[in-house]
Design a protein around this ligand. Structure first.
Ligand SMILES: [Zn+2]
Length: 405
């Protein structure tokens, strides 16, 4: 089949993928509607490494590091893993040293918002025993868990541009300045704070410099690159890492009653993102979404320049669906890189080993790394005001396969 004349399959594939991604991209947690970005960052090596990329020798996945979340969990907070972060916050609460601003950093679905909500509960719980907070039972705990507490404010992204707009930040800040209605603290949780442009981030500075005594800001972001240094330096930064595969598997089996095979599969695919694994357990469509997104990438690599440009044009029309797609592709390229380097690590997308291996056999590690870096760069730049079609075209030209087609 001539690759130039394969648009029908491509369009169908793309439609299905975007449909699934969009289905995924809006969801409800605790009664609170939200937007989901897949965040397929895995517990694989950082991309900041320099040649000669000796991943297999220099780096160990921390799933192998003997860490077991269930054995080390010493707290009762409704948070899976991240024990050090919970313990840090518990100590701060016990000593009355709660900061006015926290910046929780970590890949999507790793547990940032869950930790933020648990902190909001702990701050406002009415259990007389302070060490028992959050109790999960009092009115404040329950309302915060359901997303309906008048003193816990959430920012929302603009649904068309995906940006955190300055009007939204100002609206949340003016509500934050009011005295709490029924709790000790008013808390503002800014999801996807990296989607705020610098001047929008600036709108927080006044509050960060002179916070009202009852106010706590919690900013959530996948990374700090897009954040102003003035925001970072005025916040307590807490970086959450993905959970070890074994920990995710145990949580799925012990807390959610998943069977061993199902728990193994999701633990491997989630790349440490417990939130995704828990949702995928409830909604098998997430697995289907992943399948389709990876198939789209494999198909893209068979296209010539014109086919790639057509796909870039098509994909650029739906900005919100792009982040989950690119994050999935990132895991794929990481796997290709691992295999191209001949490491013995198990790829995240082990179920696609054959196609990964075929692709890796045609590429040098440098080419795989270049594709991975190009994907990651665009993912990081999505929140910038860039020409998406052009950016996707550049990305697809960076992807291998053109010379051979
Ligand atoms: Zn409580």
């Amino acid at each position: 089949m001539c690759k130039d004349h394969a648009p029908r399959k491509l369009v169908l594939l793309r439609r299905l993928t975007l449909k699934l991604l969009k289905r995924e991209s809006s969801f409800k947690v605790g009664g609170k509607a939200g937007r989901f970005q897949a965040g397929w960052d895995t517990h694989l090596p950082s991309l900041n490494m320099q040649p000669p990329y000796i991943i297999g020798k220099s780096w160990k996945p921390f799933a192998l590091a003997g860490y077991n979340v269930l054995m080390t969990t010493t707290h009762h907070w409704p948070v899976y893993g991240h024990d050090w972060a919970v313990e840090h916050l518990q100590k701060a609460l016990a000593h009355g040293r709660i900061r006015h601003a926290y910046l929780i950093v970590g890949t999507e679905s790793v547990g940032k918002e869950t930790l933020a909500r648990a902190l909001a509960q702990a701050l406002n719980c009415t259990d007389p025993d302070e060490t028992a907070r959050p109790c999960g039972e009092c009115r404040n705990c329950k309302k915060i868990a359901s997303g309906n507490h008048p003193d816990v404010l959430y920012s929302e992204l603009d649904p068309t541009t995906g940006a955190l707009k300055i009007e939204e930040v100002r609206a949340v800040m003016s509500r934050l300045a009011l005295k709490p209605y029924e709790a000790r603290y008013r808390i503002a949780i800014f999801r996807d704070f990296d989607h705020a442009r610098p001047q929008t981030q600036d709108a927080l500075l006044k509050t960060l410099e002179e916070p009202p005594p009852h106010a706590v800001l919690i900013l959530l972001a996948p990374a700090t690159e897009a954040l102003l240094p003035t925001i970072i330096s005025r916040s307590q930064v807490m970086t959450l890492r993905g959970l070890p595969m074994e920990a995710v598997r145990d949580i799925l089996m012990q807390q959610r009653g998943a069977d061993r095979a199902q728990a193994d599969l999701l633990a491997r695919l989630c790349g440490g993102r417990i939130g995704w694994a828990l949702r995928a357990l409830d909604d098998p469509a997430l697995l289907e979404q992943r399948e389709q997104a990876l198939s789209l990438l494999e198909h893209l690599l068979t296209l010539n320049r014109a086919g790639r440009f057509a796909l870039a044009d098509d994909l650029s029309k739906d900005k919100l669906a792009l982040a989950p797609l690119l994050e999935l592709w990132q895991t794929y390229w990481r796997d290709v890189l691992l295999i191209a380097q001949g490491t013995s690590l198990t790829p995240a997308n082990k179920d696609r080993y054959d196609s990964l291996e075929r692709l890796a056999a045609t590429l040098s590690p440098d080419e795989a790394l270049a594709a991975l870096q190009a994907t990651r760069t665009l993912l990081h730049n999505l929140s910038l005001n860039l020409n998406l079609r052009l950016a996707l075209e550049v990305l697809f030209l960076d992807y291998p396969g053109l010379r051979r087609s």
